[in-house]
Design a protein around this ligand. Structure first.
Ligand SMILES: Cc1cc2nc3c(=O)[nH]c(=O)nc-3n(C[C@H](O)[C@H](O)[C@H](O)COP(=O)(O)OP(=O)(O)OC[C@H]3O[C@@H](n4cnc5c(N)ncnc54)[C@H](O)[C@@H]3O)c2cc1C
Length: 486
């Protein structure tokens, strides 16, 4: 079974959730390296692994414990694409550029799949397929999207009609779907631990509980200060996501922190496969719910976002209600654990990947889709550092844009509520339309039957009149009295 977060986590208190992992030493001595990576989440470890494999000497600084942030608290779905809608991406950079960016995420998926073998990462528990389902009846738009994904972007996708979706997800909430057969899921924590192990084996040195507190960018060798030691490095990668803080406030302020909450249910028994007969992950197109079955009989379900840190236990009720709304046959499920973590959202919705100034790189803003994207970001940056690949420049159109500070968070929360309420309302309207259409169909069918009966009766009457006999079942006419003998 997937290893799951063992306690509710949404901040430094969550370090206890990592008590099972072997701690790494703090940095207590000065060090000279080629590359210093700040942050040991998926992004930082991906860069460190690739750079160490390319022969660079690498030090990774982590202010807490590895997996403390979103990287240790996700649902483990490895899917193609970014958080930004395809149409918006094409409108911004054109079809060819958007297609090249999309292809990078497919490459990211392949990197993750190649790493996440049972031999290299025991218990990583790969399972195939992801389904994106629509809350509204948008068959025509789906065809357009399938055309872009399948033909223009060369992705493996299948369009699922309503019946097929409802065959595997027994709810009237969903209409059409897009199936990604090459997408997969894994145990996110075991993948992170495996990544850390591979990075260490490749020669990267990882220091936990060692925050980078300031950076002196001047000169060819940059200086990074930590509470107990200093590092000198030719290159620095900022991979601290929303927690980066002091070392580069300018970069930190380009991310809107969004706390995403998830819950693990208690075992749900026989009724679960009756409700959900799909082994992969399921997400709705509006980004309201994202879930999958884990351990055979539990649901791992993410729903609800806030731009301020809220204790995940307080959001457990929301998730329970969402499950009941989508699959009422499951009733009020018991929630065994809740957890939340902050992801970094950029204003344009795309990750920040590339060189900001000579020797200073960034890998952050991966939002809700960080598994494939951090893998490819790590490869692009490492190859950029060794000058063998300049594909990271594909991300250049997506500048660092200020995310609006506190006002940005308040506005972000308002937009989330409005979008979520809008999506829920649109879903309700679509289901109402579907029910209304079904009622109309029944009414039409009844009217058609009545019309048929009427036609048949008229035909019978006419035939009877022609034969001058009372038609069968015809209302009995008053019997004609026999002629009197007089
Ligand atoms: C509930 C939930 C479900 C999700 N599900 C999925 C999913 O199914 N599929 C998917 O692809 N993505 C998913 N995501 C998103 C994914 O987890 C993130 O995009 C990804 O983990 C981001 O990784 P990161 O390394 O950029 O950030 P983080 O994981 O936040 O790592 C940043 C690290 O940098 C450290 N740090 C920051 N500043 C400093 C400093 N000054 N000095 C030293 N260290 C520092 C932090 O302590 C932290 O450990 C989910 C996220 C959540 C919250």
């Amino acid at each position: 079974m997937d290893s799951l977060p063992t306690s509710a986590t949404n901040g430094p208190a969550g370090l206890s959730a990592e008590a099972d992992a072997e701690p790494h030493a703090r940095l207590t001595f000065d060090l000279d390296v080629d590359l210093c990576v700040i942050g040991a989440g998926l992004a930082g470890l991906s860069v460190a692994l690739e750079a160490a494999q390319a022969g660079l000497s690498v030090a990774v600084l982590e202010s807490g414990r590895i997996g403390w942030g979103a990287s240790g608290h996700n649902l483990g779905s490895v899917t193609p694409g970014y958080g930004v809608p395809i149409g918006d991406l094409i409108a911004r950079v054109g079809l060819d550029h958007a297609s090249a960016l999309w292809a990078l995420t497919r490459e990211g998926m392949e990197i993750v799949r190649a790493r996440a073998t049972e031999e290299a990462m025991p218990g990583v528990a790969l399972s195939d397929g992801a389904l994106e389902v629509s809350n509204v009846d948008i068959g025509d738009r789906l065809v357009e999207r399938l055309q872009t994904l399948g033909v223009d972007f060369g992705s493996e996708v299948e369009g699922w009609p309503i019946d097929k979706v409802r065959d595997v997800l027994r709810t009237n909430r969903y209409f059409h779907g897009i199936h990604y057969p090459t997408a997969f899921q894994l145990d996110g924590r075991r993948y992170l631990r495996g990544l850390e192990r591979l990075a260490r084996q490749a020669g990267a040195r990882i220091f936990e509980e060692t925050p980078a507190v300031s950076i002196d960018f001047a000169g060819i060798r940059k200086r990074i200060s930590t509470p107990n030691a200093r590092l000198r490095a030719s290159d620095i990668v900022l991979a601290g996501s929303v927690h980066l803080g002091a070392p580069s406030p300018r970069v930190a302020e380009t991310l809107l922190p969004v706390w995403r909450t998830a819950a693990l249910t208690a075992p749900l028994g026989e009724q679960l496969p009756d409700a959900i007969a799909f082994a992969g992950s399921i997400a709705d197109t509006d980004g309201v719910d994202h879930y999958r079955i884990v351990g055979g009989d539990r649901l791992l379900w993410a729903s609800g976002e806030t731009t301020f840190d809220v204790a995940p236990q307080r959001l457990a009720g929301i998730i329970r209600r969402r499950i009941a709304a989508v699959f009422p046959q499951l009733g009020q499920v018991e929630i065994a654990q809740t957890f939340s973590a902050a992801v970094g959202m950029t204003v344009h919705g795309m990750p920040q990947v590339g060189e900001l100034r000579p020797g200073l790189w960034v890998a952050s803003g991966f939002g809700r889709q960080g598994l494939a994207t951090t893998a490819i970001a790590g490869r692009l940056i490492a190859r950029g550092l060794t000058h063998s690949d300049e594909r990271w420049k594909l991300f250049s159109p997506f500048d660092l844009v200020w995310a609006g500070g506190t006002i940005g968070r308040i506005v972000g929360q308002g937009v989330y509520f409005a979008t979520r309420e809008g999506a829920l309302a649109a879903g309700a309207l679509a289901r109402y339309r579907e029910r209304a259409a079904a009622r109309t169909r029944v009414r039409d069918a009844r009217a058609e039957v009545k019309q048929e009966e009427r036609r048949a009766r008229v035909a019978l009457l006419r035939a009877a009149e022609a034969a001058n006999v009372p038609p069968p079942n015809a209302p009995s006419r008053r019997p004609v009295p026999p002629p009197s003998p007089e």
